[in-house]
Structures are given as structure tokens and as C-alpha cells.
Design a binder for this molecule. Structure first.
Ligand SMILES: [Fe+2]
Ligand SMILES: [Fe+2]
Length: 162
């Protein structure tokens, strides 16, 4: 386990490549480039932005975190691998159900540790009220995902209005 406290701002791309290059190069993440998350942001772009935000939060809070796990869990948190805007009936409860699909796909394609599994499972908390984050990496992801998602939705609406 690589538990570290980041004392200065890291090079995000280098850090993400170091720990997550196999994920970024996977067929699943390639497919995620074509799935829209919010506005005109793809799921791939969203996952990268959430990963960077999570690293920033961990740095700002001077938290001792497992950087490898934080990055891998963040990259895979929305690994559900479908377009949830396509109007298919079973996508209606996407907000509640997609962590389960993401975890199933991620388990299939990668070796996950317990914390990474918890991160993916609980990232929609408190919407998924029974899936409480059990690790600090999960809490960081949960907060970062909401910040980035709000930005993606709100910035698009602001831009459209202007
Ligand atoms: Fe999600
Ligand atoms: Fe997300």
C-alpha cells in the first residue's frame, strides 16, 4: 500500500499514468469516450476530472491516502459502459443502479482491492443511502464526484444561457 501525504501539487497526468495506465488503455475506457456523462462531457473525461479533483482534495486536506487505490477507484467509479441518455427503460434508475453495474464490469476487467470496490459501490452516497463509504478514499471520491458533476451540469447550462 502506498499511503502518502502530498506536500506539494503533483503532476496529475504523470501520477494517473503511473497508477492507472492499464485502465486508461482498456477497451472499456475507450468505449467510455463515446458515452456522454453530463452535457458534452464524456464518461471518460468525467472520470479523469473526478480523479484529478480527488487528488487535489487529498492534497488540500493533507490526508494520508493510498494514491494507487485512490486513482484506480476514481478512474473506474463510472465504469458502467452504456449511454444512460438513450431512453432505454432500464436506464431510468441509472442514478441508483449504475454503481452496481460499474462494480460488476470493473471486477470483470481488473483486479480490485477492497477499498476500490467500496469506492465504486458507495460513490453515489447519500443517494444510495444504504451504500455508505467505509474508507477515506471513498469519501474523497464521493465529494469530488459531486463537485465535478455539478460543474459539468452547471457550466453547460450557464454557457447555453449566455
Ligand atoms: Fe456515478
Ligand atoms: Fe461520476
Amino acid at each position: 500500500m502506498t499511503c502518502i501525504i502530498m506536500k506539494q501539487e503533483p503532476n496529475y497526468n504523470n501520477l494517473i499514468s503511473l497508477y492507472g495506465s492499464d485502465i486508461l488503455d482498456s477497451k472499456g475506457m475507450e468505449a467510455a469516450k463515446d458515452f456522454i456523462q453530463h452535457g458534452d462531457t464524456s464518461v471518460y473525461e468525467h472520470c479523469l476530472a473526478v480523479t484529478i479533483m480527488s487528488i487535489k482534495l487529498a492534497c488540500a486536506l493533507r490526508m494520508a491516502i493510498d494514491m494507487n487505490t485512490l486513482i484506480r477507484g476514481c478512474l473506474l467509479h463510472d465504469y458502467f459502459l452504456y449511454d444512460w441518455h438513450d431512453g432505454v427503460k432500464w436506464h431510468r434508475l441509472h442514478g441508483f443502479r449504475h454503481p452496481k453495474f460499474a462494480l460488476r464490469n470493473a471486477r470483470r476487467d481488473f483486479d480490485l482491492n477492497e477499498v476500490e470496490e467500496d469506492m465504486i459501490r458507495s460513490h453515489m452516497f447519500p443517494m444510495t443511502i444504504s451504500k455508505v463509504p467505509h474508507h477515506k478514499e471513498s469519501v474523497i471520491l464521493c465529494i469530488a464526484d459531486k463537485i465535478v458533476s455539478t460543474r459539468e451540469v452547471f457550466v453547460r447550462k450557464t454557457q447555453n444561457a449566455s
